[in-house]
Design a protein around this ligand. Sequence first.
Ligand SMILES: O=C(O)C(=O)C[C@]1(C(=O)O)C=C[C@@H](O)C=C1
Length: 329
Amino acid sequence: MWFCCDQTTARLKTLAQAAQATAGDWGAMGWAILGYYGEKTLVDWHFMTFENSIAFLGPAGTYCNEAALKFAQRLNIDDPHLVECSSFDEVFDCVDEGATRFGVVGKENSLEGPVTATLDNFAFRTDSVILAEEVIDVNHCLVVHPEADLSRIVRVASHPQGIAQCRRFLAQNFKGVATLAVSSTAESARMAAHDPSVAGISNALAAEVHGARVAQRAIQDNSENQTAFALVGRMEDSGLLTGTRFKTTLALFLRADKPGALQMILSEFTYAGINLTMLQSRPTKRQLGDYMFFVELDGSIHDIDVQTALECLRLKLREVKVLGSYPVD
Ligand SMILES: O=C(O)C(=O)C[C@]1(C(=O)O)C=C[C@@H](O)C=C1
């Protein structure tokens, strides 16, 4: 059921949550914003089925939204019920609390590296796992109010990753202008559409959805800018998607910090002939100087060589947590 209303997206979210609370056993209400035109919002209102629900970083038009639609296609979900969240933490909460079956979070960017907040969620907060990976091309635009004068911009807003990926452009074109970190790139487009003194960094779709104007395209420091997103879900759903190429992501916790600990880990992968695609150390959050490692490798936990390496590591480490073993195409 579609309808057009004169409510803001924030107010609609409150209404949708109230409807969900009263929906009871016969299913929750779901809704998706199809377009936002000034004060009017075109809404697709439906009964949400848990099976088709995907939480993503909103509002509409984020790169995460693009990834969620690609995952829906791979899952053969024709009418995904997309649930908008304001952070990746909230996406994890949706899946963990059973509000949605799936969630989509940023995992790694080709310019800025691993999304550490996502890795930390997997290592320390959630029992959900990575079910699949989808790589999205990131083409940032400078987006402004339709009547904005570029010389009067006093703030450039975006997701911290968006700002970091356009550092050179900002230094050359907005020297001395303050930057503002907001929850997503599309949120910065929404802000720009309402305030001529604020510019946003987002894709062209977000500008169109939220009523902003694209002032300049391709402003990222490197044209080869891509972000890998993870489909997050319960362990029971791993294996739902199949593919020809697999990756496995691990969180490795040492028994004790000692010389050669990292070399010992790496040598297990070398002996098993496994190619690593990412290595990241992160604080264990127990005490200063205490670190654990995230490792991503080519292969599946069903491969004999991966199983061999994991068995050896389990003998030597305090914990080997498999964050997911999933198809990448
Ligand atoms: O803000 C968005 O549009 C997002 O989907 C988040 C995100 C990220 O987490 O890195 C995704 C891609 C870009 O790298 C910038 C921001």
